[in-house]
Design a protein around this ligand. Structure first.
Ligand code: CA2
Length: 152
């Protein structure tokens, strides 16, 4: 069975409670419920996690890699600062899609750069919480294709 770990970084626990003009009104629990429903319909095992700690995100990425799971990550502000997260994605060999709720390229310049993007299969941003759904729809066929390939 294909597995996907959805990992959320700092402050995303506040989703739906503050700054609705930027991040919308859906809570993180709401995002989790939507993705769980999609995963169940698609026969995908879904793990959904949030932490405010950089090192814990590193551990979550390593755990996903060891489990052979794909990763959908919204690393929040660590996207723009963390070499450790980039190294974790590369080191764990975890197929990863970076997501953002807001269009980071339409915001402050410091949000335009991502340390993780070069080691991800792709980046989806600017579609509100639907960015997560789009990432799920993109990663599942890639994981299925990889799972169908005979081991080299
Ligand atoms: O747009 C995104 O998803 C971001 O990853 C969100 C991060 C930000 O630092 C990135 O540049 C773009 C911030 C997450 C903070 O989430 C909040 C949600 C509601 C209220 C306050 C913060």
């Amino acid at each position: 069975m294909v597995a996907v770990h959805v990992l959320n970084g700092p402050n995303l626990n506040l989703l739906g409670t503050r700054e609705p003009a930027t991040y919308g009104a859906v809570t993180l629990a709401g995002v989790e419920a939507r993705l769980k429903a999609k995963a169940e319909a698609a026969g995908v095992e879904l793990t959904f996690r949030q932490t405010n700690y950089e090192g814990e995100l590193v551990t979550f990425i390593q755990q996903a890699g060891l489990a052979g799971a794909g990763v959908i990550i919204n690393a929040g502000a660590y996207t723009h600062t963390s070499v450790a997260l980039r190294d974790a994605i590369k080191g764990a060999d975890a197929m990863t899609i970076e997501v953002h709720i807001s269009n980071v390229h339409a915001r402050e310049e410091f949000r335009h750069h991502s340390y993780m993007a070069p080691v991800c299969v792709g980046v989806i941003c600017g579609f509100g919480v639907a960015s997560y759904d789009l990432a799920f729809d993109a990663i599942v066929p890639l994981l299925e294709k990889r799972a169908a390939k005979p081991a080299a």
